[in-house]
Design a protein around this ligand. Structure first.
Ligand SMILES: [Zn+2]
Length: 301
């Protein structure tokens, strides 16, 4: 079987308030179908439909302050309560204490050591690698875990060859902002099909989507709605190509942000754990209540 981990940065379960929560307002037909007509809101969880389980996960982890990306992601990747271990939430990039917890590659390392095929399927532009090698740029927790596991990050060449996907899903950002006119522009549906196709060749595929956190920090409702509606169209393409009996889609986040545009900061809201696939695989997650339960449940599947 294949597991596809869709990591959405900065997405919590918020209130049914269309003035501040784009999830209460956006037209998201594919997500709504999975959730039996419900929206991705705090009041919808827990929820079980024929294809889908929605759980609510604590992202604060018993540590004071608002959750942050580096420690939240490290918790998802290691199955350890990293904020409790180091004493604080930290981000967006890992400090030395957080980075040290990812030395064995977290869940990517576990898959690799078990002889399973795992990959981060995002493509990174050449400038990213130059920044890392020159020391101008630090890895965030996810690519740090991947490289510590001895796995390669995918490149512009992989993206051109259909062996990776851009952080914005369609390739539009690479063409418009990075000047990569050679990158094929995908429709949202094609991007979803690409996610499915890349997953099919792997035991564990991970996709990092950070535009959700970015949109949350910018508090722009109209931009947030456009983003979510595009993501939902990608989800439609993914689901159309997905084997629901065999494979598992897991969608979660590191902390809240986008679900409350009344604040520029992260939130203390729980985050969704959305599982789409066979009831037997989904049942392995039934006792997961916080970010630290996700990795062990994945490895048990
Ligand atoms: Zn953030």
């Amino acid at each position: 079987m294949s597991i596809l981990f869709l990591f959405l940065d900065g997405v919590g379960l918020g209130a049914d308030d269309p003035s501040s929560n784009p999830f209460a307002l956006a037209n998201l037909p594919h997500l709504s179908t999975l959730l039996g007509g419900q929206r991705l809101l705090a009041r919808s969880a827990p929820l079980e439909t024929e294809s889908t389980t929605l759980l609510s996960l604590d992202a604060c982890l018993g540590v004071a302050g608002l959750p942050q990306s580096a420690t939240g992601q490290a918790t998802l990747l290691t199955g350890r309560n990293i904020p409790a271990e180091i004493g604080y939430h930290y981000g967006p990039k890992p400090d030395s204490a957080t980075a040290a917890t990812l030395q064995d590659g977290g869940i990517f390392g576990a898959f690799s050591r078990a002889g399973r095929r795992a990959a981060l399927i995002n493509a990174y532009p050449d400038g990213y690698f130059h920044g890392i090698h020159s020391g101008r740029r630090l890895f965030s927790s996810i690519p740090l875990a991947v490289t510590n596991a001895g796995l390669s990050l995918r490149t512009a060449v992989d993206l051109c060859n259909g062996q990776a996907i851009s952080a914005d899903l369609t390739g539009d950002g690479w063409r418009e902002r990075l000047g990569h006119a050679e990158i094929p522009l995908l429709t949202a549906r094609q991007a979803g099909a690409r996610l499915a196709g890349l997953s099919a060749s792997l035991d564990f595929a991970f996709f990092e989507y950070w535009l959700t956190d970015y949109a949350g920090h910018h508090q722009d409702m109209s931009a947030a709605l456009t983003l979510l509606e595009q993501f939902d169209a990608v989800l439609g393409g993914l689901l159309a190509a997905w084997d629901f009996d065999r494979d598992l889609i897991l969608l979660t986040s590191d902390h809240g942000n986008l679900e409350d545009l009344s604040t520029r900061r992260h939130t203390a809201n729980p985050v969704p754990l959305l599982l789409v696939g066979s009831p037997a695989a989904r049942a392995r997650f039934s006792s997961v209540v916080s970010l630290s339960g996700v990795a062990p449940a994945i490895l048990s599947v």
